[in-house]
Ligand binder design. Sequence first.
Ligand SMILES: Cc1cc2nc3c(=O)[nH]c(=O)nc-3n(C[C@H](O)[C@H](O)[C@H](O)COP(=O)(O)OP(=O)(O)OC[C@H]3O[C@@H](n4cnc5c(N)ncnc54)[C@H](O)[C@@H]3O)c2cc1C
Length: 429
Amino acid sequence: MEPEADVVVVGAGIVGCATAYFLARRGVRVVVVERGAVPGEQSRKNWGFVRQQGRDPAEMPLVMEANRLWRGLESELGADIEWVQGGNLALAADEQRLARFEAWLPVAREFGLDTRLLRPRDLQRVIPGLAGTWAGGMHTPGDGHADPEKATDAFVRAAVSHGASLHLDCAVQGVTTRAGAVAGVVTERGEIRASTVVCAAGAWSARLCRMLGFGLPQRWVRGTVARTTPAPAVTACAVWGPGVAFRQRRDGRFNIAAGGALDHDVTLDSLRQVRFFLPSYWKNKALFRFHVGRPLLASLAAALPGSAARRQPLVWDRGREPSPNPTKVQRSLAELQRVLPSLPALSIARSWAGYIDAMPDLVPVVGEVPALRGFLLATGFSGHGFAMGPIAGRLVSELIVDGKPSLDIAAFRFSRFAEGAIGKPRNVL
Ligand SMILES: Cc1cc2nc3c(=O)[nH]c(=O)nc-3n(C[C@H](O)[C@H](O)[C@H](O)COP(=O)(O)OP(=O)(O)OC[C@H]3O[C@@H](n4cnc5c(N)ncnc54)[C@H](O)[C@@H]3O)c2cc1C
């Protein structure tokens, strides 16, 4: 373990590794410390959609620049990441949902994004053989998708080949400070002195912040994904329908996820942070399914004095995998076969789940924490940070090296929570 670095990045997901890659390319001595045995959590488990459409307007400049980066990523990183610029189609089963999409079109126009509403007869051109009764859809041909594991690993390799170092199975257990500034990190394998620490710890970022005395309102939402057996090629477009979201991989298999309510495993943190999330829960009641079970019991046990969680808050639950929701897996497969009736009978090859780090306004936190010089957050991507990973990494590297990012990130400042400046979510997907 290096005793010293310019920057320590906590977490080797796509955000942390992209940050390390862009820093290393500029000659910064960067060390990435990852608590898991492989790089990334959500970054390996997500749907793989690289979507610009339907976003909060504040994210548009970032995600459009991200799209430009994605298009050149295979050559930039020298790796096959299964990038396909096949477009993104959001389906609307009723006029109400279509009206929501229509209300978002001025955002697309303002930023010059190639997005338009499709009427039912136009849907067939994008997805040949699409069945079902649809009010229409919103289509962005310039969107794409990629393989999450390959993309995350490609960033890791590229960062390392430019001189970054990576330590797996090595959690950061604390951040040391001196006179209001970062002095380094304490890891499971020793200390690293550094004047800059980037917290890219995904769904675990709030824990690290709490150790430093910062309240980061970040909730976990459990997302379930499944992969089917292979089928003949149908479409290169990523599709997000009310009953199923899917994309067909190069090997012919579909990655699928059910629409409908999001699974929220209630824990003590859900109760601690209720004031931030209540307005959004209340407004979107139908969208959340609350589960009171093992995660709540585990969090209650974790609060007991002397518990492993009290002694080692950043590692006590390492290796515990969230369970995929079996009902959703079966529902999404049935819905896929319903909307694409020409497919042969498919079965589920594997399914998995991941915790999404959701913020109350569903936009991330990127930038320095004002109360602690040298401590930067790049977290809370609220279910759409795979697409944003490359640009988030580049902007954080610019913030560190140039003192100023090339795009405006003021909307993502940490202080918005203390200022009470969190608005309603403005995304439509
Ligand atoms: C089911 C699902 C579907 C999704 N679909 C999409 C999609 O289609 N498109 C899209 O754009 N986004 C999607 N997302 C969201 C996207 O995956 C995330 O926003 C993105 O991967 C976040 O990257 P990250 O690097 O911040 O997090 P992660 O990949 O979770 O990485 C954080 C890393 O930090 C490590 N860590 C935590 N604590 C410590 C510590 N103390 N010390 C060291 N390491 C630590 C963790 O082990 C982890 O590897 C989806 C997410 C899920 C779960």
